[in-house]
Design a protein around this ligand. Sequence first.
Ligand SMILES: [Zn+2]
Length: 154
Amino acid sequence: MSTLRLARAVYDALRAHGEQTYPHECCGALLGRSTPEGWLVQSAIPAGNTRTDSPQNRYQIAPAELVKIEREARRQGLGIAGFYHSHPDHPAQWSPTDFTEAHWLGCSYVITAITQGKAAVTNSFLLAGATEEDKQFIQETIRVVDETDELSRG
Ligand SMILES: [Zn+2]
């Protein structure tokens, strides 16, 4: 089972973001470094949810915003480790739509259930596979990293 390491500040921020946008979904990108043990996420970039048709159970990051996120990642010397979003009053499990709209192979998709406005379970799913045709979500362990020591060592 792969492990996604999240800096404590990132973990707290993405859960807080879901509480702020409740009852709508929040979304954003995760920036980090690729290590032999998997992604080490050091920062999160909140994004606006551009889906207006059904913001409580759909999310989408605008292409222009994604360009900004990639630029910010380069500036910080990091890569796009994945994306996060929230599920207001729904379990922290990926939906068929989440799967269809996930295209970043090798990246992590973090989902937080927001129950009555409060962040509950947070899960992460690695988008595994070599092509769009054989992609699959694999649940991974989330490890919250407290110390900057590990962050600087990678
Ligand atoms: Zn979802």
